[in-house]
Design a protein around this ligand. Sequence first.
Ligand code: TXA
Ligand code: MG
Length: 350
Amino acid sequence: MNTTLSQATPQALTEAATLIRQGELVAFPTETVYGLGANALDPQAVLRIFAAKGRPADNPLIVHVAEKTAVEPLCVLNANARLLMERFWPGPLTLLLPKRPCIPPEVNAGLDSVAVRMPSHPVARAFLRACGVPVAAPSANRSGKPSPTTAAHVLRDMDGLIPLILDGGPCDVGVESTVLSLTGDAPTVLRPGGVTPEMLRQYLPEVRVVDSVMRPLRPGESAPSPGMRYKHYAPAGEVVLVSGAPSRVIARCAALYDAAEQSGQSARILTVDEHLSGYGARRTLSLGTLADPETIARSLFAALRRMDDEGAARIYCEAFSQNGVGLAIMNRLGRAAAFRIVDADAEVAP
Ligand code: TXA
Ligand code: MG
């Protein structure tokens, strides 16, 4: 199959909508990451998503809509859902709600709930409007790779597997949407994202965050969100996070880097603008500025992909504050590092 990469011209949007209605896949930009879309009401089309991504069938998909009113046929809304939709849609917030019968089990892995979201990216909205059907879409990466934040990332993973990629430029948020379950006793964040727990608590003070967001699952422990079972976001090289006071973090990252290089392993340091000068001639990549953590979220997945492109074997990454969007950043980094975290403030064993 030939994969076309196209700007979102009116003709390309019409073609994209035709493909979706024919049961084909189209990759499209959202404000978070690129999505790989199929008609959510067509089970055969939905199955193509799993094949193209190499995704386990028991990992449910998010259903995307162009308008708030378009979710009513898909799920049972409650007062909390209406409040949050009013405040945060369109935007990077996915709501888990009891599903209605029209949702095929291929979309939500046969669960009682369905994940719904209304993205804010203008191309996503134009695409969804043109489709005229709800669109099931996971991130448009091959399973296990970092989510794509540019059309070039999508092409890298999906070339030859899908007919069309709509190019809407680099994604603004850079990490996937916040997944909030509204099906249990308390509203619970299953995956932190662009809409932070702090923002949600302004409207629903009882919002909780599952504690497995910042640790690996225990053997036999069931994942709050099926996607959390799988290895995610991991470059081929080994990622190690280094936490602690900034001066000690810089010293420890530099020492770990030097040791790796001395043993013949290609090393990199992921840092921030403010710390670059502390690393001298070592190979570093700044993720953004501490003054604006959203810059770090935006560049994170591109940086992880670049580590693979450069063949990095050891990647030492400064840990960040878990406040605000920092929780989403640290959740993705923690999993990329398989939660290998070095405490730079602790004494080094002699
Ligand atoms: O920003 C985003 O959310 C992007 C863009 C394309 O919208 N999409 C995305 O989809 O990240 P995906 O499939 O990569 O991640 C969806 C997450 C997975 O962890 C999945 O397990 C969880 O949401 N999820 C979806 N439906 C669920 C359900 N019914 N119950 C529990 N978790 C669910
Ligand atoms: Mg994904």
